[in-house]
Structures are given as C-alpha cells and as structure tokens.
Design a protein around this ligand. Structure first.
Ligand code: CDP
Ligand code: CDP
Length: 222
C-alpha cells in the first residue's frame, strides 16, 4: 500500500497557516485539515454547555460524545451543526488555549487527526503537527510572521466579519495565546528541528503559497 503524503504546517496565531494551507491543498489535490478548528469546536461546546474550561474530567466526558466534521471548503460541523463562524468568536479564542492544554483533549484529537492522514494525502495545520501528531510528515513548515503583522491581519479579518475589536487588545490576546500555547506541558507549539521556516510578514498569500509549493517540488529543501 502506498503511504499517503503529509504536509504539516505549524506556527503561531494568524501567521496565515489556514489560508495558505487550504490553497496548497487545492493546488495539489490534497485534503485540508484545520486542527485549530477542532480545538475551537470543543471549546465552543464547553462554553455552550457552561462547562468550566479548566474542568478536565467534564470536558473529557463531553468530548467522548462529540463529533467534529471538517469539510474541504473550510466548513466545521459540531455534532452535525454548522459552527464555521461561531468558532471564530473572540470568546472562543480567549478560552481555546485552556481547553487545548488538557491532556485527554490532545490525545483524543490527535487520534482523530491521524485517522485523516491514513487514507488521504493531507495538508494539516496547527501547533504540534510536525512535532507530535505526524512527526514523519513528508514536509514540515513552520509558518510565522511578526506579531504586529499577525495582529493587523486578524484585525482586518474581524472587520470583514463585522466582529468588533480593538487593535491593541487583539494584539495582547494573540501574544498571550502564543505564550500559553508555547509553554503548556503537553505538545507545546515549537518548531520541529527539521521544519523549514516560512516567514510570511512580507509575503502576499500567493507568494507564501508559491514558497510552499516550491519546497514540495524540491522535495523538502529550501
Ligand atoms: O487561527 P488561529 O491561529 O487563531 O488559531 P487556530 O489555528 O484556530 O488554533 C486555535 C487554538 O487551538 C490555538 O491557539 C491552540 O491553543 C489550539 N491548537 C492546538 O493546541 N494544537 C493544534 N494542533 C491546533 C490548535
Ligand atoms: O491559520 P492562521 O491563524 O495562521 O492564519 P489565517 O487565518 O490563515 O490568516 C489570518 C489572516 O491573514 C487571514 O485573514 C488571511 O487572509 C490574512 N493573510 C494575509 O493577509 N497575508 C498573508 N500572507 C497570509 C494571511
């Protein structure tokens, strides 16, 4: 049996991972998996059910009875309800790092992510794909950008989605989330030793997509 191909893209918030990963997947005919959306969906369910986001036992029990379905056009279904927009709300962003620090949540979602990669060629983005979920990925990218550029991008995105926000507050929230994600005990955000860094600060979306396609064409070399 031919093993499916994996492109892992990790990095901090709003570096451009999901936008670029989706386009790369489209160009190569791969399936795109947004693992952040999975953590966001679990967080949304906990908030909806008024579960304390640090209550590991209740969240673990809840997750066992939760289905999360991702479609290739970036839609997210939580227990078969479309939550594509709901998971991007600031309240979810503010609570997701707590939920994603829970060991059971990480193990369970990792198992589901590995299943996707068993049958299909995938571009998977997140925080720990190249280091923990699929450490044998064919290509590993660590995508980053300066915090000011990332905050500005998320700010503009919020305006487009009519989500009210203040630039400085948003920047602080992004910095805090990066810190929590990078310092947690279980599978923190960190660059895999063999990952190639792509800094998108001065790249357009198309230039960043080209950079990744070139890495793939060259077989993982810069
Ligand atoms: O889109 P944005 O960069 O804001 O975040 P995301 O990719 O949607 O991820 C949301 C959160 O999920 C992150 O801040 C992490 O706390 C968590 N996450 C994770 O722990 N591991 C992953 N593989 C993906 C996301
Ligand atoms: O997935 P991640 O949080 O890393 O970032 P994203 O959600 O793909 O991108 C955040 C925002 O930045 C989106 O609105 C993208 O359209 C925008 N972006 C950009 O303007 N230029 C880039 N080179 C990459 C992303």
């Amino acid at each position: 049996m031919v093993r499916s191909k994996v492109i892992a893209i990790d990095g901090p918030a709003a570096a451009g991972k999901s936008t670029i990963a989706q386009k790369v997947a489209q160009m190569l005919g791969y399936i795109y998996i947004d693992t952040g959306a999975m953590y966001r969906a679990v967080t949304l369910k906990a908030l909806n059910e008024k579960v304390d986001v640090t209550d590991e036992e209740t969240i673990a029990k809840m997750l066992k009875n939760t289905t999360i379905r991702l479609t290739n056009d970036k839609k997210v279904f939580l227990d078969e309800v479309d939550v594509t927009d709901a998971i991007r709300q600031p309240i979810v962003s503010q609570n997701v790092s707590a939920v994603s620090a829970i060991r059971f949540v990480r193990d369970e979602l990792k198992n589901r992510q590995i299943e996707y990669a068993k049958t299909d060629n995938v571009v998977m983005d997140g925080r720990d794909i190249g280091t923990n979920v699929l450490p044998n990925a064919d290509y590993k990218i660590f995508m980053t950008a300066s915090v000011d550029v990332r905050a500005k991008r998320r700010y503009d995105e919020n305006l487009r989605r009519s989500i009210a926000c203040d630039f400085e507050t948003l920047k602080e929230e992004i910095e805090l989330r990066d810190k929590l994600d990078s310092t947690r005990e279980h599978s923190p955000l960190t660059k895999a030793e063999d990952a190639i860094v792509v800094d998108t600060s001065d790249l357009t979306i198309d230039e960043a997509v080209d950079a990744i396609i070139n890495i793939v064409k060259k077989g993982g070399e810069v």
